[in-house]
Design a protein around this ligand. Structure first.
Ligand code: SF4
Ligand code: SF4
Length: 410
């Protein structure tokens, strides 16, 4: 084991390989507040990559309902139990998440529990990370528990509108293309690698012998074994599109299929880098409104979530770390810049590397949860990897009036 820095945990941690970060890390942000669980993303992925024999149960992108849903069933509950820190032990300097400020070194405080790697070492297990292989029956139903709510009410009681105590939310899941992947650490064949140029994690199909160590030690359960070919497969981040090989974007990096299909416009894909005016970098590292999923596992996942504002905070803190309160507060009463940057979600299939905001007029003012909120109709402009403008949009959605004569007019 070596010592590597995990910024999500605010500390160094043990990992079998040295720290090595790509210049641009594949990353995505999902806004759980807007997902309608239409599963268009799921089908876009399925029809592109996993429609063959032996891949029937593979859903590289899935959308599950929390708290009861999960694919494979109970994947997160089982993994949380393995690391002995189900209550999520974070040291936040005696301050609550609202007042704590740790700069970028330890943005959410310091995680004091053991990660999946440290637990395996402490317990002297003969493996790099704690994990388990799901039973066949746990893969049987990707939508198990869909739209099932939880509440403090007793069975048989009914909630009343407009406010009630029942809750659930949707969580969208793909491979996190982790900075410290459990799958990569686990593979005895060294068949899994993380690309230097963009941090995408791939399985070399020729080297893989189907030992299923990656299936066991990925805490998110995203590598999937194909019995027919006896090798394991996983999300490849649509790398031909990321490489700009789709003619549509004229050689510029393009979003993955699941991102660009999103009906709810909840997704933004990009690359995490050092540029504070990169939209994903700003939302994740600077504004801290998008959070990693179960950071306590220790893999430094690179898919981030804006938490749902209506779910119990203790549940959300366990799922997204102690930054959940701050993130929800920022999302509910958005700053001028946040509103503008969020207007970029699903506006183009070309990946935006930098944004600029041109100020517009004030259009609205109100009070939300005792805080003043002012809305400006700013224009946000996105630039591609070559510095050329690829998208321009306003905070207020533009209205288009269709002319009397149009293509299908009669
Ligand atoms: S989510 Fe799992 S499969 Fe994907 S990179 Fe991380 S450990 Fe590997
Ligand atoms: S396409 Fe978008 S809105 Fe629909 S389920 Fe997927 S993430 Fe949610």
């Amino acid at each position: 084991m070596t010592l590597v820095h995990n910024w999500q945990l605010g500390r160094r941690m043990e990992y079998p390989y040295f720290e090595s970060r790509p210049k641009h890390q594949f990353a995505a942000i999902f806004n759980t507040n807007r997902c309608i669980a239409c599963q268009t993303c799921t089908m876009a992925c399925k029809s592109t990559w996993t429609f063959n024999k032996g891949q029937e149960y593979m859903w590289w992108n899935n959308v599950e309902t929390k708290p009861y849903g999960g694919y494979p069933q109970s994947w997160d509950v089982k993994t949380l139990k393995l690391i002995d820190s189900p209550d999520n032990t974070w040291y936040t300097d005696g301050k609550d998440a609202k007042t704590a400020s740790y700069g970028t070194g330890a943005p959410y405080g310091t995680y004091e529990g053991d990660t999946i790697f440290e637990t395996a070492k402490r317990k002297n297990l003969n493996q790099w990370a704690v994990g388990y292989i799901p039973e066949d029956k746990e893969w049987r139903a990707p939508n198990f528990g869909e739209d099932t709510a939880r509440s403090s009410n007793q069975p048989g009681e009914y909630s009343s509108l407009p406010e009630h105590s029942r809750w659930f939310f949707y969580i969208q899941r793909i491979c996190n293309h982790c900075t410290y992947p459990g799958c990569l650490a686990a593979c005895p064949r060294k068949a899994i690698y993380k690309r230097k140029e963009d941090g995408i994690v791939l399985i070399d199909q020729k080297r893989c012998r189907g030992y299923r160590k990656c299936v066991e030690q990925c805490p998110y359960k995203k590598p999937m074994y194909r019995g027919l070919t006896r090798v394991t497969e996983k999300c490849i981040a649509c790398y031909p599109r990321i490489e700009g090989r789709d003619p549509l974007t004229e050689g510029r990096p393009m979003e993955t299929r699941c991102m660009s299909a999103c009906v709810g416009q909840i997704r933004l894909q990009g690359f995490l880098d050092d540029n504070p005016k990169n939209p994903v970098t700003w939302l994740i590292r600077h504004h801290k409104v998008a959070l990693p999923l179960y950071p306590q596992f220790g893999t430094e996942p690179n898919v981030y979530y804006i938490p749902p504002r209506w779910a119990p905070r203790a549940y959300l803190r366990q799922m997204f770390g102690p930054g959940a309160d701050e993130a929800i507060e920022k999302f509910m009463v958005p700053s001028r810049e946040l509103l503008a940057v969020m207007s970029l979600f699903r506006m183009t299939q070309t990946i935006v590397f930098e944004y600029k905001i041109e100020q517009g007029p004030k259009v609205f003012e109100t009070e939300i949860h005792g805080k003043k909120f002012t809305m400006y109709n700013d224009t946000v402009i996105g630039y591609g990897d070559d510095g050329k403008e690829v998208v321009r949009t306003t905070v207020e959605e533009p209205v288009h009036i269709r002319p009397d004569k149009h293509y299908n007019s009669i």
